[in-house]
Design a binder for this molecule. Structure first.
Ligand code: GLY
Length: 599
């Protein structure tokens, strides 16, 4: 079964169980400062999982693009990926454990659907911890579906608890489904089952019973209505259905694998070390293409999503170096990525020119960094060689890293070429000290991101709508939203406009927004078909995919915008709006930071 058949069957199955199919969202979350990327299908649905009504009802299903860098160290093994697609089905206060588990089992095992042998399935359930009870209900349900007791493991929070996706939000105990690959465990009979980490057990699906909301204060409050959130991995499930040993052998990777072999001249399957590097390149180049090619895509930089992108590209370049490639080589593998997802995620292929340009630029830049670092290393060399210990001091290795961006692994490689070693503990110590310093800085930002649904962010969200409209009045209709990010301290808004705004224009925007605040306009929400919303002239994010039925927020007679909310009830509560800064964000895009102050 191909991945595209799997996606189709999944949606069809859940549609047959009364679920509305919604479209997956951008990889980059809008208005959620707690995360850089959507790491699970539930993420764009957080407001609904917290109780807001979804326009399409209480049973939803979709396919969502995800990026997770939390397990990046495991990438290179047969199943961990930084980019993957998640199939999901949700109950918003509708069905609970019984239906969720029965349907998961039916979809996995029924010959009408995936037809996986039930004998291959092992499951885990929550063992109970921190005053949250053991999930006997799920265990009993699994038994009644035919999973014998010895294939049901009870595990604690570390394994059987999911969420929140960011620092706050919905979460709860879960029940996970594993496929027994039959690969021998080094511990033999003593294998611990699904939690063993031996590579025999492949997690394919997770049913989360979302009963709690983790607050900014770290409390778990019960949700008024419990939800179900499930996530099934497309790449892993395809691997099983196709009888393959790793995700890289499915059609979601084979063309990339071929392109990497061609670009590096190294054959896959000859050496474990080379294979790991080839796999990491395949994974990272795919993720880089999806980040660059997203509707809300970003380019490499030193902050936020751009920094993750930069690290992925650089790591791929380093893996290439280990395979002997010293020139830019990622364009070929990137072309393979674009081909695989044409017709599935057309936004990526449609940005091919930008993707190739940015990739090659970043590769060239990093290769120059490496060259520069090597040059500095050579300058240090005569002194270093006089050192009787033949050891490069940690502080020098850290200087190469910190000042020239020279990765420690490369310093170690170069040292080895000259019969030397690096004082790694010394480097680590300098590194940790540096991390602590920057963490102190990061914690400040982090705190700002915590209260994403707090009162202040809600106010700033409404102010953003007012400003969006005011910008169009002052600059023209072309001044459309390109991105938005809100913390409790400020709003940040990117919009299309070709030149710097004048002081006068800025003051006019401020004045228009403050006038709407003074008018104390009521804010109301209605749901309607997207076509109707467009007909009414509602602003909708260009390039964003919308469900057929959408929420439209109306602010008095002033603004009408398609949006998920939340918003204040009346603009009178906003205070005084002030623009702090207007600057260039990228070509043709300007960025405004603004605040609301007490009057
Ligand atoms: N949200 C469920 C999962 O990611 O496993």
């Amino acid at each position: 079964m191909t991945a595209s058949e799997l996606r189709k069957k999944y949606l069809e199955f859940f549609q047959s169980k009364g679920h509305a199919v919604i479209s997956g969202k951008s990889l980059i979350p809008e208005n959620d400062p707690t995360v850089l990327f959507n790491t699970a299908g539930m993420q764009p649905l957080v407001p609904y999982l917290l109780g807001a009504a979804h326009p399409l009802g209480t049973r939803l299903t979709d396919v969502q693009k995800c990026v997770r860098t939390g397990d990046i160290e495991s990438v290179g093994d047969p199943s961990h990926l930084t980019f993957f697609e998640m199939l999901g089905n949700w109950s918003l206060g509708d069905y609970f454990k019984n239906e969720a588990l029965s349907w998961s089992f039916e979809f996995l095992t029924s010959p009408r659907w995936l037809g996986i042998s039930p004998d291959k399935l092992w499951v885990t359930v929550f063992a109970g911890e921190d005053g949250i009870p053991r999930d006997e209900e799920s265990a009993d349900l699994w038994k009644s579906l035919g999973i014998p007791a010895h294939r049901i493991s009870y595990l604690g929070r570390k394994d059987n608890w999911w969420g929140p996706a960011g620092q706050t939000g919905p979460c709860g105990p879960d029940s996970e489904m594993f496929y027994d690959t039959g690969r021998p465990c080094p511990k033999g009979e003593a294998c611990e089952g699904p939690s063993c980490g031996c590579g025999r057990w492949l997690e394919i699906w997770n049913d989360v019973f979302m009963q709690y909301n983790k607050t900014a204060e770290g409390q778990y409050e019960l949700l008024s209505k419990p939800n179900v959130d499930t996530g099934m991995g497309v790449e892993r499930t395809s691997t099983i259905l196709q009888g393959k040993k790793s995700v890289y052998e499915t059609e979601l990777f084979t063309p990339i694998l071929a392109a990497v072999q061609k670009a590096t001249g190294v054959t896959y399957g000859n050496s474990d070390g080379d294979d790991t590097n080839i796999r990491i390149i395949c994974d990272h180049i795919k993720t880089a293409c999806f980040i660059l090619g997203d509707d809300l895509g970003v380019t490499p930089s030193n902050v936020g999503q751009g920094y993750v992108l930069r690290r992925l590209i650089r790591r791929a370049v380093r893996c290439g170096r280990k395979l002997g490639v010293l020139e830019p080589f990622l364009a070929g593998p990137a072309a393979a990525v674009l081909d695989i997802y044409r017709g599935v995620y057309d936004e990526v292929a449609s940005r091919s020119a930008l993707i190739f340009e940015e990739l090659t630029r970043e590769e060239e830049k990093f290769l120059k960094t490496l060259e520069h670092g090597e040059h500095e290393f050579e300058k240090m060399l005569p002194n270093l060689e006089r050192n009787p210990k033949k050891e490069i001091p940690g502080r020098l290795a850290f200087k190469l890293y910190d000042t020239y961006g020279f990765p420690i692994e490369i310093t170690e490689e170069l040292a080895a070429e000259h019969g030397m070693t690096v004082d790694r503990p010394g480097f680590d110590e300098a590194f940790v000290k540096h991390q602590e310093l920057s963490k102190a800085g990061a914690d400040k930002t982090f705190k700002g991101g915590l209260a994403d649904h707090s009162e202040m962010t809600t106010k700033l969200h409404t102010a953003t709508h007012l400003m969006h409209k005011a910008l169009q009045m002052v600059l023209g209709e072309h001044a459309r939203q390109k991105g938005s990010n809100i913390t409790p301290e400020r709003l940040r808004f990117d919009f299309s406009h070709g030149e710097k705004m004048t002081e006068e224009q800025l003051r006019r925007v401020e004045a228009i927004v403050n006038e709407q605040i003074q008018r104390a306009l009521p804010v109301s929400m209605t749901t309607m078909p997207i076509q109707e919303a467009k007909g009414l002239g509602a602003m909708a994010l260009f390039g964003e995919k919308y469900e057929d039925v959408v929420k439209v927020y109306r602010i008095g007679d002033f603004s009408l915008e398609v949006c998920g909310g939340p918003h204040v009830e009346n603009t009178g509560s906003l205070g005084h709006f002030r623009i702090l800064k207007e600057e260039a964000s990228s070509a043709g895009v300007r960025r405004i930071r603004a605040v609301l102050e007490d009057r």
